[in-house]
Ligand binder design. Structure first.
Ligand code: GLP
Length: 258
């Protein structure tokens, strides 16, 4: 079962998502947070570091694990997800997290890198709260359509549509890598709580497949319906194709949240 919460606009959805992260860090200062990249999360990180700078929350005891990274791209590269995280969150904080874990795209043995990552998650006690965005083809992390629901952290081939989407965001690379390292679907489902943030009309079809379509490996996000503690936070644009049968619509706010 999942909660579906629809807000009138992206800012309110992002605010709600940031509030959940802040609530988690306040309730358990040494939380293990699963983090996502992508455009969807930019404003969420903005809100998080601003609240931290204002002294309302602290992340200095948390451990973080990121979902994915391009294979063959070094952490220093401006297009790496390492760089994204530094730029949009970590280097803006007054006090950085106690531990930051992001798969190393230039690891000499990527399979070993993935196994090591899994073992670090286990040693940390498991992820308390996992943030997720949604790919236009329904992917979560870089688990592309066809990914096994039992999959663990591994190397994956990126679909052409994913590569095309990311092409326009490149800063330094000449083309989007063909492969990535990603937390597996089973790994993601082991998180104690999950927040899926989906904004914008370009995600409407993907979100309707996730919520209203069949449970299908061709729509990796649909597996989230099997998790006991998922909050799906969407704006109205992303939710426009939903028929809400089976979902518990928590609130549909017409005005700004207080
Ligand atoms: C990819 C990324 C995810 C991200 C998703 C949505 O899967 N690896 O971390 O959540 O795409 O990306 P965007 O927010 O740019 O639409």
């Amino acid at each position: 079962m999942y909660d579906l919460i629809v807000y009138p606009d992206a800012t309110q959805a992002e605010t709600a998502c940031a509030r959940i992260v802040i609530g988690q860090a306040r309730a358990k200062p040494d939380s293990v947070l699963g983090l996502a990249t992508g455009k969807t999360m930019i404003n969420v990180y903005d809100m998080l570091w601003k609240h931290e700078n204002e002294g309302e929350v602290s992340f200095d005891k948390v451990k973080t694990f990121n979902l994915d990274e391009y294979l063959g791209v070094a952490p220093e590269n401006r297009d790496s997800f390492h760089s994204y995280m530094r730029r949009s969150f970590f280097m803006r904080l007054e006090k950085p997290p106690a531990q930051v874990h992001i798969l190393n795209g230039s690891a000499p043995d990527p399979e070993q890198e993935c196994r090591g990552f899994e073992s670090l998650i286990r040693k940390s006690g498991g992820i308390d709260l996992q943030l997720l965005g949604l790919g236009r083809n329904g992917h979560i992390g870089f688990n592309e359509p066809g990914s096994d629901f039992e999959s663990r952290t591994r190397v994956i081939d990126l679909s052409e549509s994913t590569r095309l989407y990311y092409m326009k965001n490149l800063l330094e690379l000449r083309e989007v890598p063909r492969q990535a390292l990603t937390m597996g679907i089973a790994t993601i489902l082991e998180a104690k709580a999950i927040v899926l943030l989906v904004t914008g009309s370009a995600k409407a079809e993907a979100l309707s497949m996730v919520i209203n379509g069949p449970l299908d490996t061709m729509v990796p996000g649909s597996v989230l319906r099997n998790h006991p503690a998922v909050k799906v936070i969407a704006d109205r644009a992303a939710a426009q194709m939903l028929t809400c049968a089976g979902a518990k619509v928590m609130e549909l706010r017409k005005s700004h949240p207080g």
